[in-house]
Design a protein around this ligand. Structure first.
Ligand code: GLN
Length: 457
């Protein structure tokens, strides 16, 4: 095993015992980035800076400094502002934009010793489900290069999956962490809305944007959340809620845990092989003492339509600031998808249509949230597939509507503001499959508890 393939926990232990240096880990990650350049996972690689930081970290480790992520190379979705490092949101509008400050999450990760190895490719402005909608070319799936890796946080998932770094940050507005995690065989967390600060991250749809991460296992996911979660005065939508001891949940097992299986997530359109795989895992959890209950989330069928009204409405407002005067290039640099969403958004917000579309969608959103509130009175967590299909071939879904339908199982969590964890559950035809665990707001600990058990099956 190469050292770039280690989990954070393993690398940290090795660093403490001086089995290898941070410099060596960074070097082997950089070698992997070069070797698999064809995957197009990175927009910017910070080779020189990362090696310098690693050298410095090694010195400090020798002097006894010990931080949770000390000397650990991570990658960052190119939608997080990073001070003095180009940040493009994968759009040519921001092709040469260099931020003056870093996102709160980046500051927290760096304060805890993480080293940024580069900025990852993604769908432009995080619009997409496949990683194909980037002005810097599509990202490819490491498990089959002709397949999509899932999006929008495509490069982040790929960089962890192919060990170009030990963990990565992502954003999830309708599934952009969970879907690529599932397609690339890594763990992806979308935290509760407001658990992690949105400050310094290029906004897509502000009431849905959730800030999460990709890791090689559930334990690392818990570790990263314990660093990134918590109040930030720069994000007014964050409640002052205590951060749980997430790592404390990892070994609790599933005995007595009540797991809901929503029947609406297992209907027509779901690949039979994916369905079987999820059901097999659920059965095993039952054998371990979990209590399985079939539940109903009756408004699920309206979720995609509801999401594709609210989200473009917010996109049209957020993208208005990119006028070429304050940031980057002018509006002619916007791609088709950004234009499509802006037009849709402006339309559903315009007078005469606002009541029929936007207001109606907001009412449906409340019903979807109520479905979950009701379900969580009966069960602790809910298990569903992440995607109705396996990864598809690059270029296969040229019609935007067919792409939107791939979000059917993920957008509900964003509409309800609840957390979701995507955990790998194996392969079908050599392509990865993931399973989604949903829980009530601020129940990330329970998701790690269940996810860890699934990992052990
Ligand atoms: N695929 C969804 C969309 O295109 C979700 C994107 C995201 O979560 N950023 O809107």
């Amino acid at each position: 095993m190469n050292i770039n393939q280690l989990t954070i926990k393993q690398a940290r232990d090795g660093l403490r015992k001086r089995k290898f240096s941070s410099f060596e880990i960074v070097q082997s990650c950089l070698a992997e980035i070069k070797k698999r350049k064809k995957l197009n996972a990175f927009i910017t690689v910070c080779e020189k800076e990362a090696l310098e930081k690693a050298r410095k970290a090694d010195k400090e480790i020798k002097d006894g400094t010990d931080l949770p992520l000390f000397g650990i190379p991570i990658s960052v979705k190119d939608i997080y502002l990073t001070k003095n490092i180009r940040t493009t949101a994968a759009s040519k509008v921001l092709d040469d934009y260099i931020p003056q400050y870093s996102a709160t999450v980046i500051e927290k990760l760096e304060e805890n010793g993480a080293i940024i190895i580069g900025k990852t490719n993604c769908d432009a402005w995080a619009h997409g489900s496949s990683g194909e909608n980037s002005d810097y070319g599509p990202t490819r799936n490491p498990w089959g290069e002709e397949y999509v890796p899932g999006g929008s946080s495509s490069g982040s998932a790929v960089s962890v999956s192919s060990s170009m770094c030990l963990a990565s940050t992502g954003t999830d507005t309708g599934g952009s962490i969970r879907l690529p995690a599932s397609f690339c065989n890594v763990v992806g967390l979308k935290p509760t809305y407001g658990r992690v600060s949105r400050y310094g991250i290029v906004a897509m749809a502000s009431s849905l944007d959730s800030i999460g991460h990709f890791t090689k296992d559930v334990e690392d996911s818990a570790l990263i959340l314990s660093i990134t979660a918590g109040k930030d005065l720069n994000d007014a939508t964050m409640p002052n809620k205590r951060v749980d001891d997430y790592e404390g949940y990892l070994e609790k097992g599933v005995k007595g845990v009540r797991i809901g299986i929503p029947k609406e997530y297992f209907l027509e359109g779901l690949d039979k092989r994916v369905k079987e795989k999820v059901e097999q895992k659920v059965k095993k959890l039952e054998e371990l003492g979990a209590k399985i209950e079939i539940i109903s989330l009756p408004h699920t069928e309206y979720a995609t339509a509801c999401y594709y009204i609210i989200q473009p409405a917010e996109v049209s407002s957020n993208l208005a600031r990119y006028d070429g005067v304050r940031y980057g290039n002018n509006r002619t640099y916007f791609g088709d998808e950004a234009k499509r969403r802006t037009m849709l958004g402006v339309y559903v917000l315009s007078s005469g249509y606002y009541e029929a579309y936007y207001k109606k969608a907001m009412q449906v959103r409340t019903l979807i949230k109520r479905d979950f509130d009701g379900a969580f009175k009966k069960v602790d967590v809910i298990i569903t597939p992440v995607s109705p299909t396996l990864p598809w071939k690059i270029g296969e879904k040229a019609d935007p509507l067919s792409m939107y339908l791939s979000d059917i199982y993920t957008v509900t969590a964003n509409l309800a503001g609840i957390p979701g964890l995507s955990v790998p559950i194996g392969f079908i035809d050599s392509l990865p499959v993931g399973m989604q665990i949903l829980g009530p707001q601020f129940s990330e600990g329970k998701l790690f508890q269940t996810g860890k058990q699934i990992e052990n099956l």
